[in-house]
Design a protein around this ligand. Structure first.
Ligand SMILES: [Zn+2]
Length: 462
């Protein structure tokens, strides 16, 4: 069993935990919750680089999915070439490519168009994937989001009189979603240059055609389903760079994280994970999990992954300024680089921890039934889970069956079973995370009641 050397001061705590039957690996985890490698990685996020990326993205004037692709300096063609080359320049370890689709005219796609997500893969020991993403396409229309939100009629989306021609009106999109794009690009640098060997494969993704209905993200997620690509988690960032709300309230110290329910869904678990590990590595930045898929009536690329069955959450700045969204006023001067950098650090802490930790344990049997019983007394919590590769310990969590956050946790050794005598499984929710020899903790898998089958009751004489 691998163990990091510990300071002498930790020895009594270790002895006490070992006396309780807790494994040495778990004790090591307790003695050093923070991994110095991750501390260093989080600390290498650069405000200056984020700023340079945003200024470059702004220089393309528009990155509309429907804009021209023949200019070397303006429009989405120039933008995607630059993003590709920028990420390629960071490290030979990054596999950077276009993820290309031919989309026919439909909905807000006003003509047949080739679209390209830009993706950088940092291979890990394991094919399971952790994504950090934003969308690099932009949109601007008369009145912007500010007018729509204030009850005005939405402006005409297509400024071009000829829908078959490129849509080249200015749409700088520095916050929506240059901010999420810059965050993903900068973290591709930070992770690929960290020297850390990750267990999971990391993917840094700049999606396209988000503004036409999450099209780039949906097509990529669909491809992952068809090709059985194991996507474990998606951290999607969309509008994460402005700390001055249009209401006048300034908040540069919190970030919202939206997740699809129900309350113990994989996406909700991912949001809790971001809150838990963000708080440890970036204690000055508060994560506010939101128990809903996204802001009211609005959407983002994480929802496309949810639709296709993947765990995905959406990061959103705490106080939006709607007058600068989908508007020519979405320019660099609306960005707070210190705020964007903090949001990048929270993403980095969560993704690095997830990618170093073992995969989350499975808590269902081969028939998909949760492996939890009341045995042996009929009033106990009897929990069984499948071993996770690389785990040396597990952490069991529980809470009253009312409320979103775990209330209790217990670290156990390299076992796949725990009996909690006298705790009614009817009144509590239970979950379990896997921990490796260095204390990296996976996200929590909860034991969830399966949905009741549809009733089909036969009657006679009616
Ligand atoms: Zn957006």
């Amino acid at each position: 069993m691998l163990m990091r050397p510990m300071k002498n001061t930790a020895a009594p705590a270790l002895a006490a935990l070992m006396a309780l039957g807790v494994s040495a690996g778990a004790a090591a985890a307790r003695a050093s919750d923070l991994d110095p490698q991750i501390v260093k990685l989080v600390g290498s996020v650069s405000e200056e680089r984020l700023g340079a990326i945003l200024r470059k993205l702004e220089s393309f004037e528009t990155r509309s999915t429907l804009s021209s692709t023949d200019s070397p300096t303006r429009g989405i063609g120039a933008a995607r070439e630059w993003i590709l080359k920028e990420m390629q320049s960071y490290s030979p370890k990054l596999q950077v490519s276009f993820d290309t689709y031919n989309v026919l005219k439909q909905g807000r796609i006003t003509r047949d168009v080739e679209i390209r997500n830009v993706m950088a893969i940092l291979p890990g020991r394991n094919p399971r994937r952790i994504y950090i993403s934003g969308h690099y396409d932009t949109v601007a229309f008369a009145g912007g989001q500010g007018n729509s939100n204030a009850g005005g009629s939405p402006g005409a989306r297509a400024a071009s009189p000829d829908p078959a021609a490129p849509l080249d009106n200015p749409a700088p999109g520095v916050n929506d979603d240059g901010s999420g794009t810059a965050l993903a690009i900068e973290l591709s640098r930070v992770f690929s240059q960290s020297g850390i060997e990750f267990d999971a494969t990391l993917v840094f993704m700049a999606h396209v055609a988000e503004e036409q209905g999450l099209i780039g993200a949906w097509l990529h997620a669909k491809k992952a389903v068809d090709q059985k690509i194991p996507i474990q988690a998606v951290l999607n960032n969309d509008i994460v760079g402005n700390d001055k709300g249009g209401s006048g309230i300034v908040d540069g110290a919190t970030i919202r994280v939206y997740s699809e329910g129900p309350e113990d869904s994989p996406s909700r678990s991912l949001a809790r994970f971001v809150q838990r590990w963000g708080a440890r590595y970036v204690p000055s930045h508060k994560v506010r999990p939101m128990s809903r898929p996204d802001r009211f009536g609005r959407g983002g690329d994480h929802s496309a992954y949810n639709q296709l069955g993947f765990a995905a959450v959406g990061f959103r700045e705490s106080r939006e300024n709607f007058t600068k969204q989908h508007d020519v006023r979405d320019t660099f001067d609306g960005i707070s680089l210190p705020y964007l950098a903090q949001n990048a650090r929270v993403n980095a802490a969560a993704a690095a921890t997830l990618a170093l930790a073992p995969p989350p344990p499975s808590v269902v049997n081969e028939r998909g039934q949760p492996t939890i019983t009341r045995a042996p007394s009929g009033y106990d919590a009897n929990l069984t889970w499948a071993a996770s590769p690389g785990a040396v310990a597990y952490r069991v969590f529980w809470r009253e069956a009312w409320g979103p956050d775990w209330q209790h946790e217990l670290t156990v050794g390299n076992v796949t079973h725990l009996l909690l005598p006298g705790i009614q499984i009817d009144d509590h929710v239970f979950g379990v995370a896997a921990i490796d020899a260095f204390g990296h903790e996976s996200s929590v898998t909860a034991w969830v009641s399966p949905a009741r089958a549809q009733m089909d009751i036969k009657t006679s004489g009616q």
